[in-house]
Every structure is written in C-alpha cells, then in structure tokens.
Design a protein around this ligand. Structure first.
Ligand code: PLP
Length: 430
C-alpha cells in the first residue's frame, strides 16, 4: 500500500494521538538484525528499535525457527491461564533466575502500562496504602494509573483524573533542579523525595516507582547512589520500591539483566516489557511471593497476557541474551559509542550532554552549551538528516531535544562505526 493511502486511512480511522516520526513518514516492511527496510527497498540502520524494544536483533533466527515450528505444529495461539500451557510458567521461571534477591513471582501482561498498573495495584494491596511517589520527567505508560504517575505535560490529558500520586523532583543532573553539579552535590534530589512524602502524603506510602534511567524523559541518568538512598527513604515511610525496567531491563544497560542491580538495590517489584519480547507484546511484573500473596482471594484476569507465542518469544530472548553474551556486548558497544560521541562533542557544541548506560544513550541538544537553551527544532532536523543517512534514531525528553539511541544489544563494531559516521555527517550539515 502506498504511504499516501496509509496516511489517509490513519487520518480517517485512527485516533489523532498517533503521530508518526518524520516530515515524510516511513513505512517499514522488512527487518533483519540491526537493519530495517522501507517499502521501496531502502535499508536503514535501526538504532531505536520501535521504541527501545530491540534486544536480540530483528527476526533473530532462533525466534523465527521456533515461531515457524509452532505454526507448523498448529500450536494453540490463544489460551488463557484458565488452562495449562508450558510457555507462561517457563518464562516466569527464567525471569526468576534473572531477577535479584527473592523476586520469583510473576504476573505476565501484554504491555508495560499494564505491568505498571499491576505493580502499583500490588503495592497498594500489600501496604493497604494508596499513595505512590513518582518522579517529574518519569514515564510509566499510557493507561490510567501510569498516566497519573507520568511527569510530562505532553502525555497528560486535562480530563484525566490523577488520584493518590505525588511527584518528586527528578535527578536530572544536566539541568539540576537544585542548581548543583553532578559529582559534587549533596544529592538534594534524594532529600526532595523525603520532603515530598512528608509534605504531600499522610507520611506513609504504598510505593515509589522509579526508572533506573528515565527513558521517555530523555535517558536521564540518576547518580547510582540515588536509588540506594531513595530506597531507604521509601522504607522509612512504609512503602515498596518499584523499579520500572520497561526500557532498562533485558540487559540494556550493559551490566545486569535488570539495571537496578548495578546500584545495589533489591527492589520489591520490577516491571518489564519492551525488550523482554524483542517486539512481541509481552510485559509483566516480578515480585516476592509474600507480596503477591496480598492479592490472594480475588481474581484478576488478563485475556492475552502470557499467550504461548508471546511467552515463547520472551523466554527465547532471555536465553539468547545469555548465550550470546549480549549484556557484555551492550557494555562494550555502549562504551565505543560513548567515546565516539564524546569526540563529536568536541567539534559540535550543539551536543550539550551525553548520558545513559550501556546501549541506552542520550544526546541532549542545546543551542548554546553555556546557557543550555534547548534545541528541539534542531533535534527534529537532526533526525531527518540521520534518516537521509540511512539511520533511524529516536527522540525524547519533556522538551523534545534529546536524541535517543538504543540499538539491538547485538550491534556490531561496524554498525557502531556506521552510526557514528552518519551522525558526524548529520551534525556537520546541521
Ligand atoms: C519506562 C516505561 N514504562 C512503561 C511504559 C509503557 O509501556 P507500554 O507502551 O508497553 O505500555 C513505557 C513506554 O514507553 C516506558 O518507557
């Protein structure tokens, strides 16, 4: 189908909230490894993977083979947890092996939003408290509770009620809300969590939900100690610590399967999605059995969560990540890219900040490195220029001025070089 027809159909029959990237939107029809192709056969290096969903590369041969096998065997596509199937519990057992501490009890969903709905519901049931703390600049999904938790006006609707949540200031070091410098501050952002709880709640909370690196917020990377200190405050006020690993999970940050482990915190609940399924619609939460037990006695239904095809793909993704050493590849390639971008920053002062961990890398673009005036128009233009170079990147942040780079964890040295060369040419044109 022609792009023009697709756009007309979208305009006529789809919600106006779905806005495509690019002045001339792209139709992607084929994919393999780190590359995707449009309908005219043009190839692009995909370093955003939908939105941070590509963990093992597009159409990984192991997943493709398993899918084919299931289709050929007429494997049941849909069955709910009301019947037994091997794939969902197999996936849960593999996740329990990857999760830190005693986290070994899962609820499988279709998306990250539902995962966070369940995470919050579980925390509220366990503590019998309603209030949840989240962060300004945080993002946790598009359904009701996650939108309440959201710290971005762009995604919030005036008509959307916001119940029993409160927001603390973000640990956004490049634009520190306390005008301090990373590395020489007193973690005032941690004190702000305590003050937020003490001034806007009854003094006890159900939970605090935090992304190890704030994804939609523009890969805002809190100091590692931030999570540890915040964890203590959450405990002092009776809450559970929820680590939203929808973007950071599945080895993306290059050290552990779940990024929070790097900061030495064992959270009470982890939510995950995106990279776990490598694009298949699967997400969920993992928590301790005693916490999950608080929901016992009620039924909670999710028609598609844990379907055999989705669960198989997520389980296979975990095996591939481990067997192909993709977490350490994310670390090595992430460092290569970081160094490359640091070189580019010397020549192109529009790059105000380079941040992130592993293969979750953000470049904050500014008109002036001293005033840090935001450069959203230049960021949009940079995306177009990269597209002309045959590279698809992402964009984020409240101000729309952060380039997001989150390629397949299996990205190669050559592909990193291609990315850096293309970015250099795009910056030169910009
Ligand atoms: C950190 C985080 N949590 C939750 C979600 C929601 O996931 P989904 O879009 O699968 O509902 C997102 C989506 O971008 C996310 O980035």
């Amino acid at each position: 189908m022609e792009n023009k027809t697709i756009l007309e159909l979208r305009e006529k029959h789809l919600y106006p909230t779905k806005v495509p990237y690019y002045s001339e939107p792209l139709q992607l029809v084929r994919a393999k490894g780190s590359y995707v192709w449009d309908e005219q056969g043009n190839r692009y290096l995909d370093v955003i993977g939908g939105i941070v969903c590509l963990s093992v590369g597009h159409n990984h041969p192991r997943i493709t083979a398993k899918l084919k096998q299931m289709v050929e065997e007429d494997a049941i596509q849909h069955t709910t947890f009301l019947y037994l199937s091997e794939q969902m519990p197999t996936l849960a057992a593999k996740l329990a092996e990857e999760a830190p501490g005693d986290l070994d009890c899962c609820y499988i969903t279709n998306s990250g939003s539902e995962a966070n709905e369940m995470a919050v519901m579980t925390a509220r049931a366990d503590t019998q408290e309603p209030m949840v703390v989240s962060l300004q600049h945080g993002y946790h999904g598009g359904t009701s509770t996650p939108l309440s938790l959201c710290g971005h006006s762009n995604w919030k609707f005036r008509s959307q009620p916001q119940a029993a949540v409160t927001h603390a200031r973000a640990p956004y070091c490049y634009r520190c809300p306390f005008s301090r410098e990373r590395g020489s501050c007193d973690l005032e952002c941690v004190d702000d969590v305590r003050m937020t709880i003490q001034t806007t709640t009854s003094g006890t909370i159900a939970a605090m939900i935090v992304e190890p690196v704030l994804g939609v917020g523009g890969f805002i990377e809190p100091p590692l100690d931030y999570h540890k200190e915040v964890y203590k405050i959450v405990k002092e006020h009776g809450g559970l610590y929820i680590s939203d690993e929808v973007q950071t999970g599945a080895g993306r940050t290059g050290k552990h399967f779940f990024a929070i482990e790097e900061s030495g915190v064992v959270p009470d609940i982890i939510s995950f999605a995106k990279g776990i399924g490598n694009g298949a619609p699967v997400g969920g939460v993992i928590t301790r059995k005693d916490i999950a037990q608080s929901l016992k006695g009620k039924l909670h239904f999710n028609t598609f969560g844990g379907d055999p095809y989705q669960s198989m793909q997520a389980a296979e993704v975990i095996d591939i990540i481990n067997q192909e050493g993709l977490i350490s590849n994310a670390d090595v390639m992430g460092n290569t890219l970081r160094q490359g971008f640091a070189e580019l920053k010397k020549d192109y002062p529009i790059i105000g900040d380079i941040r992130g961990r592993g293969l979750l890398l953000g470049l904050e673009l500014v008109k002036d490195p001293v005033t840090k005036e935001i450069a959203p128009a230049e960021t949009a233009r940079f995306m177009e220029l990269c597209k002309e170079e045959g590279v698809l990147i992402g964009k984020g942040s409240l101000f729309g001025n952060v380039i997001r780079i989150a390629p397949s964890l299996a990205i190669t040295e050559d592909e990193c070089e291609q990315l850096l060369r293309s970015c250099q040419r795009a910056f030169a044109q910009l």
